[in-house]
Design a protein around this ligand. Structure first.
Ligand SMILES: Cc1cc2nc3c(=O)[nH]c(=O)nc-3n(C[C@H](O)[C@H](O)[C@H](O)COP(=O)(O)OP(=O)(O)OC[C@H]3O[C@@H](n4cnc5c(N)ncnc54)[C@H](O)[C@@H]3O)c2cc1C
Ligand code: SF4
Length: 578
């Protein structure tokens, strides 16, 4: 029998754990015995939890990361097929409502080690310095308790750890360059550049995106086949599953996949003692921990805090401010599709590779505050068909004709800042899931500033499409990315966690994911979430044993610990432009 040339599959040996033929971890994963107390339990090993588990285990803490979904083997589990990628998404029941309800499912959070970074497009822009002071600058929402300067070094670290490919000079916000070169343009990127250039709008070609444009360590470069949102079987796209979790395991962290955490327990001294979880066989177990960090995403994090209500915290754990679940944010994500005479072939590139932030900041000439970005999208045929169903009402034979015309269409999208509002919120519903846990009920409305911003951003994006030479332009209204619902702040009366992610109410309970963001800017949130996680880890390491025994809060900023980055981070790429 002929042997395949490359990638011959070998199943994991007993006790060892690896990520398929490309990324091997020929080392057994540590297993903490039942009954043993660990230092940190992390609930959710996604963007925030993945970085955190890597940093804390490298610093020598005993860490268990629980995830409700599987530990993916990219080679075995992922398929280059749009319809076959549904297990990646959190598709369990969530109730949605309000006047402008959010849609859940594929365009939402992930389930499994790596979390939503497994199926993110990997656009990785930073927030702008202005994003941290909306109240003082624009008179809306709140200021963050930290400034851009507090997170800048962590942005730089994460851009090297993924690593991020991008232009030598990115002119918006705090202008900077990327150490790894940009990607070549796909058909959609060409259209965005053409339209923007005609209108005099500056555009960033080839990134910033967490996708390799050259091979890196044991990871190969991108092969431009467009399946990024299906998991990237190749391993070129960064996800914490392949960037940080392997290093966590190498440093002694245990990852417990297919384990849904159902409750955080509180002791008589108002300190958490551990978590209950359903093991892969559906049996409820208890894991003792000296501290717990919740990193479950903006829906599941508040859901777990509500489901952990107990005497003294009847409205949910760490909810004395009544802010848990509130100030949930989505970004405006209207997709604009244009038909061109020439072939575009949207699938032949990563969806994320070209963008402009020219309209990001507040412009006093407009009738709303804050702004938006315009980004390449490039859906595969099923997502395209769904967009056209909404945009054009396509159905039956008409849908078939549109499907056959797929290669002539280009798709770009708004990424617009919607402001936080207390009534946009996550609560518990009466309905229960298969484990008997109440599911999340989400209410979402658009307010005046949001609607004006969306109308303007949609019009501007359509202008770009026309300017690029489209013969027909249609649009689908939708949202992107959820953050907020457990926001950070200095005031315990109006926020859930402090500037390091520690809940104001419980000294050894932390939150470290997108839910702590007080506002969201017009940047995709993944880079910021990972940068915040690295910063929280540095804080926890500096505090050492005090986290486990003391209720005092030392707010001294920690040093930035570059040395905790995974191997392969340093000495690569080109020197960055300052
Ligand atoms: C289609 C799509 C494209 C995207 N593209 C981009 C992009 O280009 N750039 C960008 O920056 N962002 C993008 N995002 C968003 C980004 O991926 C998320 O904002 C980010 O991953 C959220 O990080 P997190 O740590 O809050 O949660 P996640 O990364 O979602 O991790 C949460 C994890 O917690 C687990 N979990 C939850 N509850 C429990 C529980 N009770 N017990 C055990 N485990 C639990 C989940 O299984 C999950 O693995 C995209 C999202 C989608 C859906
Ligand atoms: S286009 Fe590149 S990053 Fe996206 S799935 Fe293909 S190889 Fe991976």
């Amino acid at each position: 029998m002929k042997r395949p040339l490359l990638g011959q599959f070998e199943a994991p040996r007993n006790g060892s754990h690896w990520l398929g033929p490309i990324q091997r971890l020929p080392q057994p994963m540590r297993r903490f015995p039942e009954g043993e107390t660990v230092d940190y339990v992390i609930v959710g090993v996604g963007a925030g939890g993945g970085v955190l588990s890597q940093r804390l285990s490298r610093a020598g803490f005993r860490v268990i990361g629980f995830d409700a979904g599987p530990f993916w083997d990219s080679e075995r589990d992922w398929v280059s097929d749009e319809a076959g990628s549904h297990p990646l998404y959190w598709e369990e029941l969530r109730i949605t409502g309000g006047q402008h309800p959010l849609a859940f499912g594929a365009n939402n959070s992930g389930r499994g080690v790596g979390g939503s970074t497994v199926h993110w497009a990997a656009f990785t822009p930073r927030l702008h310095p202005s994003d941290f002071r909306l109240r003082s600058q624009d008179g809306v929402a709140v200021d963050w308790p930290i400034s851009y300067a507090d997170i800048k070094r962590y942005y730089e670290l994460m851009e090297l750890e993924m690593p991020v490919s991008g232009p030598a000079w990115f002119p918006w916000g705090d202008p900077h360059g990327y150490a790894y070169g940009p990607h070549p343009m796909g058909g959609v990127g060409d259209i965005l550049i053409k339209g923007c250039t005609k209108l005099g709008i500056r555009v960033s070609a080839g990134g910033p995106v967490g996708i390799l444009e050259g091979s890196h360590g044991d990871r190969p470069h991108c092969i431009y086949r467009g399946f990024c949102i299906q998991g990237c079987k190749v391993g070129a796209k960064a996800s914490t599953l392949i960037t940080h979790v392997p290093d966590a395991i190498r440093n002694g962290a245990e990852i417990r996949p297919n384990c849904m955490v159902s409750r955080i327990h509180l002791g008589a001294d108002r300190r958490v003692t551990g978590v209950s979880y359903f093991d892969p066989n559906g049996k409820e177990r208890f894991q003792k921990a000296r501290a717990v960090i919740v990193s479950g995403y903006s829906i599941e994090t508040p859901r777990l805090l509500f489901n952990s209500a107990c005497p003294g915290f009847e409205n949910g754990l760490a909810n004395s401010s009544d802010c848990v679940g509130r100030y949930l944010m989505a970004q405006a994500g209207n997709v604009v599709l244009g038909r061109f005479d020439e072939l575009i072939r949207m699938y032949k590139a990563p969806p994320a590779h070209c963008m402009t932030e020219e309209f990001y900041e507040t412009d006093p000439k407009r009738d709303f505050v804050r702004g938006f970005a315009i980004q390449s999208v490039g859906p595969l045929p099923i997502a395209f068909a769904k967009q056209m169903m909404k945009a054009k009402g396509a159905w039956g034979w008409g849908m078939r004709r549109i499907g056959m015309d797929y290669n002539h269409w280009a798709s770009i999208a708004v990424l617009g800042e919607l402001l936080p509002n207390a009534e946009n919120r996550v609560q518990l519903s009466e309905v229960k899931d298969a484990l008997g846990l109440p599911v999340a009920k989400v209410t979402f409305n658009l307010y005046d500033n949001d609607q004006k911003l969306i109308a303007f951003a949609r019009k501007k994006t359509e202008e770009v499409m026309w300017a690029a030479g489209a013969k027909e332009v249609v649009q689908e209204a939708r949202y992107a990315h959820l953050v907020g619902a457990a926001r950070m702040g200095d005031d315990p009366e109006t926020s859930v966690v402090d500037r390091y992610g520690r809940t104001h109410d419980i000294a050894n309970l932390f939150i470290c994911d997108g839910s702590i963001m007080p506002t969201q800017g017009s940047a995709n949130p993944g880079l910021t979430i990972q940068a915040l996680a690295a910063r929280t880890a540095d804080y926890l390491i500096s505090q050492g044993e005090a986290i486990f025994s003391s209720n005092k809060r030392d707010m001294t900023p920690p040093p930035v610990r570059r040395e905790l980055a995974p191997p392969e981070t340093w000495g690569k790429g080109a020197p960055r432009l300052k």
